[in-house]
Write a protein that binds this ligand. Structure first.
Ligand SMILES: Cc1cc2nc3c(=O)[nH]c(=O)nc-3n(C[C@H](O)[C@H](O)[C@H](O)COP(=O)(O)OP(=O)(O)OC[C@H]3O[C@@H](n4cnc5c(N)ncnc54)[C@H](O)[C@@H]3O)c2cc1C
Ligand code: FES
Length: 278
């Protein structure tokens, strides 16, 4: 049987050339990728791509660079299993497969003109970095920006060089916290929720973007609701196991929603009834 995949089909794979690789921590690497033929990825912050490595398989990975980047884009990948380990063994000049971008990202038009409270835990900083860099490139379009970043320990912190620049931006308030301090750590230790309770925001004009491990969502959302942030101002990314990325296989389904297609970014009003999500 001959399998035909049309060029514009969501299943068609584009060739991605790895332009550069940066070791970020012991387990995470940042890959800069250019699509063959100088094609633009044209993504929104919060969207993901399906990345395939020859002989290993295909996985969903968030785009970590801003759409305002010209030409190439970036992904940050933790070595977690078969495909991610295979990706970590590649070198600059190697090719990977790219499908997408897929899903719904952060509703940029809705965020414009408002203050932002960006809350990242662990790898959640990866898709949020796309939003943060977009906001900094379009600084006049947004109000105050609070960034709260929680990590297991200081050695797990990603984008350390950039964070220095983020802190220098006008009307930007950055705070981080770790679960376990190292002897040289002078910052805060504890849960991200303790940072949320201390942040000064006007709830009616603040949109919150929250990405992290599932266990963090419930306490963080409770804290935001107790601060009177409206449910539709709370944006979360639900990352479930995914295969097709386009609403066909059902792997990412929770009740009536497909995280790959209806999300991964949702506002809390839309999904508050999904007990399985939190
Ligand atoms: C929308 C989306 C965006 C993502 N963005 C990133 C990203 O930017 N960077 C990154 O490093 N990872 C990201 N992930 C997670 C990444 O897709 C998984 O780590 C990857 O699929 C693991 O594949 P593997 O073959 O290396 O490991 P496997 O051998 O398949 O699995 C290794 C371990 O990872 C777990 N795992 C697999 N898929 C997921 C998942 N979706 N969520 C949680 N645990 C999972 C497995 O249960 C297993 O314990 C994202 C996932 C989704 C759904
Ligand atoms: S990944 Fe196949 S339906 Fe969502």
């Amino acid at each position: 049987m001959v399998k035909i995949i049309l060029k514009d089909s969501p299943y068609s794979i584009k060739n991605g050339n790895i332009l550069g690789i940066k070791q970020m921590t012991e387990s995470e690497k940042l890959f800069e990728i250019a699509l063959e033929g100088c094609q633009r990825l044209d993504h929104e912050p919060g969207q993901f791509v399906m990345v395939s490595v020859s002989g290993a398989g295909e996985i969903p990975i968030s785009v970590s660079s801003s759409p305002t980047n010209n030409g190439s884009f970036e992904i940050c990948v933790r070595a977690a299993g078969k495909v991610t380990n295979a990706l970590h063994k590649l070198e600059a000049g190697d090719m990977i497969g790219i499908r997408g971008p897929f899903g719904k990202g952060f509703p940029i038009r809705m965020l414009e003109g408002n203050d932002l409270l960006i809350i990242a835990c662990g790898l959640g900083i990866v898709p949020l970095r796309s939003l943060i860099r977009y906001v900094f490139d379009k600084r006049e379009d947004f109000g105050k920006v609070h960034i709260l970043y929680g990590c297991r320990s200081p050695c797990n912190m990603l984008f350390l060089d950039e964070i220095k620049d983020w802190k220098m931006q006008k009307d930007v308030y950055f705070e981080c916290i770790v679960d376990q301090a190292t002897p040289d750590w002078t910052g805060k230790v504890g849960l991200i929720t303790t940072l949320i309770s201390g942040v000064r925001i006007d709830p009616e004009r603040t949109f919150t973007a929250l990405v992290g491990p599932p266990a963090m969502y419930k306490p963080a959302i409770q804290e935001l609701l107790s601060r009177n942030v409206p449910k539709r101002h709370i944006l979360v990314s639900l990352e479930r196991h995914m295969k097709c990325g386009v609403g066909k296989c059902g792997h990412c389904q929770i009740q009536n929603i497909y995280c790959c297609q209806d999300g991964p970014v949702f506002n809390y009003e839309e999904i508050k009834h999904l007990k399985e999500a939190f």
